[in-house]
Design a protein around this ligand. Structure first.
Ligand SMILES: Cc1cc2nc3c(=O)[nH]c(=O)nc-3n(C[C@H](O)[C@H](O)[C@H](O)COP(=O)(O)OP(=O)(O)OC[C@H]3O[C@@H](n4cnc5c(N)ncnc54)[C@H](O)[C@@H]3O)c2cc1C
Length: 418
């Protein structure tokens, strides 16, 4: 990894998976790039899962575990998802990403960025302690909420929260050999507590007697606290008769799900969680960022010869074309519908969701499914959902702000006419 004090083509704020992915792809296109993060390169701290088929081919060497037995327990049904799911090995992912930057490599400086200003077409990025760096294009990849570009959440942030642990178990806490994407059974909770704030178990068998178990609140505003989720996880494991014999590590999780499509102005790019890339219904982001990074890097490389403004405009267009902005509006409608649904009906909602043809629920969870297709899937889901689920969904659709009426109308017409 080089060090240097020159004006780089690109400066990326943040050393998470998104920032490193973008910086590496930029470097691979022979542009000079600097990452500034409060830490040296380090394996990403969170437990990252992804659908195996969402991962680019080169990233599959960083898969620690993959499951073909993937299940959802929602309503009365246990649904086999028939879609392999992967757990990433973060040290390997980091080294694979940095390897993609060769042979040019990238520069990495340790610092916490506090601001940036532009002078004669060149950005100067400042960190705590008074250091600064110059670059032609700056990308904020500093995680949820952003640093140089703050994310503004309509009606406030709606959070996914979770408490998880890796531990040894004398009795399996979930199906051996399997990955449980969502288990909404709640033998450990009075119905009222579940209805007021539903949560589910996300679990992976890591081999032998070792499991990752996580109590997750998919999305809530206000958020369900991590402390409450920790108590629920313990209560669930006790109620199942599968207490953890030895805790090996723990993890907490809290991030917003309802970022709008970012405003493309201001001359600064944003990427990863800071760029609104978290999929609003699943909370997934990592595989999408790995897939988006080459597109943004291509745009920057092709347009930097025409100046930094042209490059940053092209970067925004690659990441957030008009079609994806429409998609986000419909995804946010989905989030508002989930927030408006009484918690007790959430399992029935997901039972109907995963009863959709596989291609449809997969498209619903994908980041770039066109708005019209997404809205058609929502209408099909509405038609198949039990009556008690339909009324709150319809209410949410009518009251959600910022929803593209055009996209919904386009979607509804063929179905109403059918
Ligand atoms: C516990 C947890 C589990 C998750 N699990 C999954 C999952 O299984 N699958 C999935 O797809 N998504 C998951 N997510 C959601 C999302 O993908 C992750 O949050 C992901 O880490 C976002 O990547 P990022 O690189 O955009 O941001 P981050 O990973 O948050 O990285 C931000 C980087 O910016 C740095 N930074 C912050 N502020 C500054 C600053 N002022 N100056 C310089 N650098 C700064 C940070 O130190 C860090 O290096 C999870 C999130 C959490 C919190």
């Amino acid at each position: 990894m080089k060090a240097g004090g020159t004006v780089t083509d690109v400066l990326v704020v943040g050393g998470g998976p998104s920032g490193v992915a973008l910086a590496a792809e930029v470097a691979a296109r022979n542009l000079t790039v600097r990452v500034v993060a409060p830490h040296a390169p380090q394996p990403f701290p969170a437990t990252y899962g992804a659908w195996l088929d969402d991962l680019p081919e080169w990233a599959r060497g960083s898969v620690a575990h993959a499951w073909s037995d993937v299940r959802v327990h929602a309503g009365r049904a246990v649904t086999p998802l028939l879609r392999p799911y992967a757990l990433l090995e973060n040290a390997q992912l980091l080294s694979a990403l940095l390897g993609r930057a060769e042979p040019g490599g990238l520069w990495w400086d340790v610092g916490r960025v506090v601001g940036a200003q532009r002078d004669a077409g060149v950005w100067r990025v400042h960190s705590e302690g008074g250091r600064s760096w110059r670059a032609r294009v700056v990308v904020d990849a500093s995680g949820h909420g952003g640093t140089l570009r703050r994310v503004a959440f309509r009606r406030g942030a709606a959070l996914q929260t979770a408490y998880g642990l890796v531990g040894r178990f004398r009795v399996p806490p979930s199906a051996p050999g399997a990955m449980v994407w969502m288990d909404y059974r709640h033998p450990h909770l009075p119905g009222g507590a579940f209805g007021a704030a539903p949560s589910f178990l996300y679990a992976m068998h890591l081999g032998g007697d070792v499991y990752f178990v996580e109590e997750t609140s998919l999305v809530a505003r206000p958020a369900l606290s991590v402390e409450a989720l920790r108590a629920r996880l313990r209560a669930r494991l006790e109620a199942q008769g599968t207490p953890c014999a030895e805790v090996l590590s723990t993890e907490v999780c809290a991030f917003p799900m309802n970022a709008p499509a970012p405003d493309a102005g201001g001359g600064l790019l944003a990427f990863g969680a800071a760029g609104g890339l978290v999929q609003p219904v699943s909370g997934f982001q990592v595989a999408g960022a790995l897939a988006d990074a080459p597109l943004v890097a291509d745009a920057l490389a092709a347009h930097l010869p025409f100046g930094p403004d042209a490059a940053s405009r092209a970067g925004w267009a690659a990441l957030w074309p008009a079609a994806r902005r429409e998609t986000r509006a419909v995804q946010l409608l989905g989030v508002e519908a989930l927030l408006g649904l009484p918690g007790a009906h959430l399992p029935a909602f997901f039972e109907a969701f995963f009863a959709l043809p596989a291609a449809q629920w997969r498209a619903f969870l994908a980041p770039r499914t066109p708005a019209g297709e997404l809205a058609r899937i929502m209408l099909r889901l509405f038609a198949r959902a039990p009556m008690r689920v339909r009324a709150p969904l319809a209410r949410a659709a009518c009251t959600a702000p910022g929803v593209s009426a055009r996209a919904l109308a386009r979607a509804a017409l063929p179905i109403l006419g059918a």
